[in-house]
Design a binder for this molecule. Structure first.
Ligand SMILES: C[S@@+](CC[C@H](N)C(=O)[O-])C[C@H]1O[C@@H](n2cnc3c(N)ncnc32)[C@H](O)[C@@H]1O
Length: 230
């Protein structure tokens, strides 16, 4: 039995919390208006994000990589009154689309605080501690993003990182060789795509071996890593 088959994936979606209609609409709009709709997290990951945020009793959530707002709204669903999701998006052409998405979402959208710009500039300027951070931006920067977010997290807080299995590239022989070479000679240039693989592998190795973090990997979709701040 192939536990990754489309049929099993469909079965899972039929036996978890249903996807709210407004998120189905957002998914359709994302397919109509963007070139890479695959980037959207979707039904299963979205419900998981909401679930995790509820489990830790999150009041303040940080996201790197808003895209069309799907995951930001899923996490906002978990928030009590007065809770906030601060989400950063570098691609400024998405701003009018996102403003409309959050306005259409009514009271839920009011819980989302959109920051357009590079998360590397925005996050250090945010005050206060966060309960949850969702890393879903530039894969080449996952280590830098984690180090940037770390001082902003409360003890016991949760960092969630997406795409950490990177389509399986993380265990491919050539990726392992690339990563070993990169560690020995970081000055040797790598291609843009290779830099993504190296970025993910460096992140995975860091969170598995650093006593600041308690880490589990969940093999949903492209891999989701949960990092508890010890
Ligand atoms: C995979 S998509 C995010 C998907 C979204 N979190 C969701 O689940 O629906 C990644 C997004 O990160 C944005 N991004 C990449 N680098 C960034 C950075 N340095 N700061 C802020 N956003 C960034 C990209 O423009 C893209 O929209």
């Amino acid at each position: 039995m192939n536990l990754w088959s489309d049929e099993i994936q469909q079965y899972i979606l039929e036996h978890i919390e249903r996807e709210p209609d407004f998120l189905k609409v957002l998914t359709r709009k994302t397919h109509l208006h963007t070139l890479k709709p695959r980037m959207l997290s979707g039904h299963l990951e979205g419900r998981l994000l909401k679930f995790f945020c509820q489990m830790v009793g999150a009041r303040r959530i940080l996201e790197i990589g808003t895209f069309t707002g799907y995951s930001a709204l899923c996490m906002a669903e978990a928030l009590p009154d007065g809770g906030q999701v601060h989400t950063c998006e570098i691609f400024d052409e998405l701003e009018p689309f996102l403003n409309q998405v959050f306005a259409d979402a009514g009271d839920l959208g009011k819980k989302v605080n959109l920051h357009i710009g590079d998360a590397a500039d925005i996050v250090p300027s945010l005050d206060g501690l966060f309960d949850v951070a969702y890393l879903d931006g530039n894969k080449r920067r996952y280590v830098e993003d984690l180090e940037m977010v770390y001082p902003k997290m409360r003890k016991g807080g949760l960092v969630i990182a997406d795409n950490t299995l990177w389509d399986g590239h993380v265990i491919e022989e050539e990726s392992v060789a690339l990563y070993e070479r990169y560690k020995l000679h970081p000055e040797v240039p790598v291609s843009s795509k290779e830099a993504q693989t190296v970025g993910i592998m460096a992140f995975n190795n860091l969170v598995a071996n650093d006593s600041r973090f308690q880490t589990v990997m969940v093999p949903v979709r492209d891999g989701m890593t949960l990092v508890r701040i010890v």
